[in-house]
Design a protein around this ligand. Structure first.
Ligand code: AMP
Ligand code: GLY
Length: 423
């Protein structure tokens, strides 16, 4: 079949790499893609917000299936658009109603409460109820968790250690509109103490399967310090996500989520990424995302042995019950190489060298583009290095060694990915 994949990150390179391994894939197009995706298929210059041009491309290139990587076009309704304009084309990714699970924190919280899905207690406020919001903060104990309701490119969450910082944050979000429309409403919620794990569900709206879980390393600095990033590395499997824990996740969270969507008349076909907190062995939902994670995808896809295109077909074509997921038991450790300065300001355009010498690891390009025949940095997160091995320590060592071999000016990466779960 002819497949169009939308996106341009490390996640999309990993998805393209996996799609390309399938005998079911005839032509693969990636829009807009990056220096890595073009090794797996043909990059096409299309804007992810220009649904009309995407729809014309689907027609002119006889695309059979569209796979949507990032959340923004999903929240803006790309799935609805393609379903109307290109009937019969398979789409992996929820429609705009399903995408509200990520597009609105308030929608997600209401959904969880009405379906008895464990999550932190919360209240939501807007500019008109700002004073009530301040009173609510005064009634809580630190730390305080404030979340902009809408999409804020992963930056919409403030964890404040004291009341003054929390009130100031609420004022910035609601009154000063620090995240524009995304912070017209703010969710304030109870702080959950525990370890996080990312769980990935594939569903055709009726049946569902769990992909391998992963742990993300969100902060820029060693030992989980400094500002949040999109993710500095990932490990899969996660040792504390054992059978007892995962059985609770399935029965208390995944099954009620799928049933809740059905109850609301949402025919969800795609991935649901559930960010969970393990609070003394009990799973709580921190957030839903309506896509795969980045860099988690770069860690979990190398562990999937079964045909990935069949999985995508199962999701979009209501045949997931016929699919058997086959996963290798090896550990995967992914280390992200990032531009110096990220997640703050950083420079782009530095040549990347050494990737051709990498053996025993998979390399997934993220913010990397071709320029005059050379590969240069073009974003904050530049390359993901993934190694798999039956020993977590060996997988870690391989990724660290290869992270060292790849060179670009002002390269930065965390040396402690996987260290905390090693024993
Ligand atoms: P989110 O964008 O919702 O994933 O939030 C970003 C990060 O903030 C999460 O990965 C957590 O580390 C943290 N966080 C969010 N909500 C809570 C909470 N209720 N309790 C503790 N930490 C949280
Ligand atoms: N790694 C977290 C995310 O993709 O949102």
């Amino acid at each position: 079949m002819n497949i169009l994949l939308l996106g341009s990150g490390g996640r999309e390179h990993a998805i393209a790499w996996k799609i390309k391994q399938s005998p079911l894939c005839k032509n693969l197009y990636i829009a807009p893609g990056n220096a890595g995706t073009q090794l797996c298929g043909k990059n096409v210059k299309l804007s992810l917000n220009d649904f009309e041009t995407i729809s014309s491309f689907i027609d002119s290139s006889a695309i059979d299936m569209v796979v949507i990587g990032p959340e923004e076009p999903l929240v803006k309704g790309i799935t609805n658009y393609i379903q109307n304009a290109n009937p019969g084309v398979l789409v992996v990714g929820p429609d705009s109603r399903g995408a509200q699970l990520e597009g609105s924190k308030e929608f997600a919280k209401e959904f969880m409460i009405s379906n008895n899905i464990p999550t932190a207690a919360y209240h939501s406020f807007d500019a008109g109820t700002y004073e009530e919001g301040v009173s609510f903060l005064r009634s809580l104990h630190p730390p305080y968790v404030l979340k902009a309701d809408g999409l804020a490119a992963g930056k919409g969450v403030l964890i404040a250690d004291n009341l003054e910082e929390a009130i100031n944050g609420l004022d910035q979000m609601l009154n000063k509109k620090s995240f524009g429309e995304a912070s017209q409403k703010v969710v304030i919620e109870e702080f959950l103490e525990g370890i996080e794990v990312s769980v990935f569900v594939a569903t055709d709206g009726k049946d569902w399967i769990l992909l391998p879980e992963a742990k993300d390393y969100k902060r820029i600095g060693q030992g989980d310090t400094g500002p949040n990033t999109g993710g500095m590395g990932a490990v899969s499997p996660v040792p504390f996500a054992d059978k007892v824990f995962m059985d609770k996740v399935k029965s208390r969270i995944v099954q009620p989520t799928i049933e809740g969507l059905t109850k609301q008349g949402i025919d969800y076909k795609g991935f649901i990424f559930i960010g969970l907190m393990n609070v003394q062995g009990e799973p709580y939902v921190i957030e839903y995302n309506v896509r795969l994670g980045d860099p988690e995808t770069e860690a979990i896809l190398p562990r999937i042995k079964s045909d990935f295109v069949s999985l995508l077909q199962g999701i979009a074509g209501n045949t997931l019950s016929k699919y058997t997921l086959d996963v290798i038991s090896d550990y995967a450790v992914t280390v992200m190489l990032v531009s110096g300065g990220y997640p703050g300001a950083y420079k782009k355009g530095y040549p990347i060298t050494g990737t051709e010498d990498i053996a025993e690891s998979d390399i997934f390009f993220a913010g990397a583009d071709n320029s005059d025949g050379k590969i240069v940095t073009s974003g904050g997160r530049v390359i993901a290095v993934t190694s798999t091995h039956s020993s977590l320590q060996k997988a870690r060592d391989l990724s660290m060694q290869n992270a060292q071999k790849i060179q670009f000016h002002h390269k930065n990466y965390r040396r402690d990915i996987g260290l905390d779960v090693q024993n």
